[in-house]
Design a binder for this molecule. Sequence first.
Ligand code: GLY
Length: 348
Amino acid sequence: MKQQVVFTHQFEQSLSETIAKCNPDKVFILADDTTAHVCYNRIKDFECLKGAQLITIPNSDIHKDLTSLTHVWTTLQTEKASRYSLLINLGGGMITDLGGFAAATFKRGIYFINVPTTLLAMVDASVGGKTGINFGGLKNEIGVFCHAETVIIDTTWLQTLDNENLLSGYAEMLKHGLITEKAALAPLLSFDTNIFNLQLLAEMLKESVEIKENIVEQDPHEKHIRKALNFGHTFGHSFEAWSMTRKPILHGYAVAFGIVCELFLSVIKQGFPTETMRKTVNFIKANYGDFLISCSDYDTLIDLMKHDKKNVNSTINFTLLQDLGKISINQTATDDEIKEALDFLREG
Ligand code: GLY
């Protein structure tokens, strides 16, 4: 099934049409502390949201947990949501993940619409049907695959984001540019991130989402080719986890640094073209800066990679590239190769 993704600048009209299509008996809007102010206030007087009820949970990934989920379920129950009610998820990936899971499980599933308000959620989290929460100290440990009725993408929301958050989402766009055979990478590498021209970004974003949709359509449950979307994430997740106890970095920054390491492995193990790797790495270094690790951190990082849920039998699982769009899934690397990739990130 292909999920419906609507790109629009007539947000009210698109939302109204999507709600009408669902024909719900009640409408609920899920937001976090931030989007409840910054985003909900912009839409609360829409005619199509008359009578809709706002549910707010605390922001940030640490609240993508059972407590927030219980709050959503409890509110839906107390306010007498039925199987024909609709939940609109208004926010970043934390909201679309948790809200999607709440909707997919309440009374065995009610309608939900994703309205991503961050670049990261537009290009990745809100599209493709992954929903869930963190549990037992592990990210996205509990969840289901369930598509939103519709994902409504209006890049106007991006005006609320700072440059760091835009760059964080942009890293997933770079990933999409690398895992496709379409000529998507070159424009991404020549985009001026100091200006972030939203019109130009919107065009590249549309193509980027199509790349993801195309892969998800072929393998919705991540049994094979969807693993292409994990490119940059084996190192990336370990960087993100490592930084949590020091100076946390945004997800997309961890992915960008992960892309550097996994491009290095792609060159030495899969013959990925050095020239393309170099251009991409130069862009990442110029825009995302340095990731401050030293050799003494390598074992901890490798240990974190060994706990990644993509692994089978504790063997670290990588997605690597032979060339743009030429994916090699289920690849391994020795500890020495991983350390060389980390050296390359620090010095390359
Ligand atoms: N974020 C990767 C995926 O949706 O599969």
